[in-house]
Design a binder for this molecule. Structure first.
Ligand code: OGA
Ligand code: NI
Length: 324
């Protein structure tokens, strides 16, 4: 990237916020306020000072790179027999119409017994498709598990700050996430020696489904958000940072006080077209049976609730059943 990166990110409307000070009671209030302002204005934040070890991010990239470089027939052994793109490997072909990407995604539960052990009744565990783990590389599963646990911690810290930004007690979200159902994903965007002929992008425009997304992107770039001015704005890579964005559930929960902004990944310019791009999003989802109903501080006499209440698990199932 050329120029001062944080300044460039500011210009696009996605602020860069150092969250290290959240742990300090004196520094916390202004950081919470700037997080709240960003959630209201654009629904995207670039965070630094998050405390996730760089060497863990490196290992996560390494195991995923090793996996995606395997021959297709190896990778397809980790595909869902049901064609579910939210479990195991999804090929470029499986992603199909919208996006030129291959991916790997798993959740918290390896099987239906894990769902039941987390305290969910048969309505959530029956018909549940568990995680799919590849045989190679052998470090894949342990590194994913380690990374997932670190994302659980970071997302909980962010939700506490979100609660305060919404004038709620810091622990307001805790009992909605104590049996959370979050997903971890790796997006591998193959090199594009030729741009796709059918007009597809690396990732078509969409909003995320869950509560918040914590995404690591490499240095290639291409992520854009559709901001309130009606323009697509770059979210340039800031080394060592995470991109945080709100999903549909938080927009509903906050009665649209906060926004789940559309975003996409455009095809690379000629200079970087010979390089693949990889991003690693953690999609935080609440407990299956958390009720997404208008947060009390987000409604008033002249601002009634706009959405019907819905269980988080029902919303996810509905959204995941739609085309990607
Ligand atoms: C996603 C997504 C953006 C990226 O996986 O939902 O928006 O930078 N990814 O890969
Ligand atoms: Ni997304």
């Amino acid at each position: 990237m050329s120029g001062p990166v944080p300044a460039t990110a500011e210009e696009t409307g996605v602020p860069v916020i150092d969250i290290a000070g959240l742990a300090d009671p004196e520094l916390r209030p202004p950081i919470v306020a700037s997080i709240g302002a960003a959630c209201e204005r654009v629904g995207f934040i670039v965070i630094t000072g998050h405390g996730v070890p760089g060497e863990l991010i490196d290992r996560m990239y390494e195991v995923n790179r090793e996996f995606f470089e395997l021959p297709l027939e190896h990778k397809l052994r980790s595909a869902s027999a049901r064609g579910n793109l939210y479990r195991g490997y999804g090929s470029v072909e499986a992603f199909g119409r919208e996006s030129v990407v291959e991916g790997f995604e798993n959740g918290r539960f390896d099987d239906a017994a894990d769902v039941a052990a987390a305290g969910y009744g048969p309505e959530w565990s029956e018909d549940f498709e568990g995680n799919i783990w590849p045989a190679r590389p052998s470090a894949f599963r342990p590194v994913w598990r380690e990374y997932y646990a670190v994302m659980e911690g970071l997302s909980a810290r962010l939700m506490a700050a979100f609660a305060e930004a919404l004038d709620l007690p810091a622990d307001w979200f805790d009992d909605k996430f104590d049996r959370h159902t979050s997903y971890l994903n790796a997006n591998f965007y193959p090199a594009q020696p030729e741009p796709p002929e059918d007009g597809r992008m690396r990732r078509g425009a969409h909003t995320d489904i869950g509560s918040l997304t914590i995404l690591y992107q490499d240095g290639i770039g291409g992520l854009q958000v559709f901001d309130r001015s009606g323009r697509w704005c770059d979210v340039p890579p800031v080394p060592g940072s995470y991109v945080i964005n709100l999903g549909d559930m938080l927009a509903k929960w906050t009665n649209d006080r906060w926004v789940a902004t559309e975003h996409r990944v455009v095809n690379p310019p000629a200079e970087t077209a010979h390089q693949p791009r990889m991003s690693i999003p953690y999609f935080q989802h609440p407990n299956f049976d958390a009720l997404i109903e208008c947060i009390p501080s987000c409604t008033s006499a002249n601002n009634p609730p706009r959405y019907r209440s819905v269980l988080a698990g029902d919303w996810s199932k509905y959204r995941m059943s739609l085309a990607v």
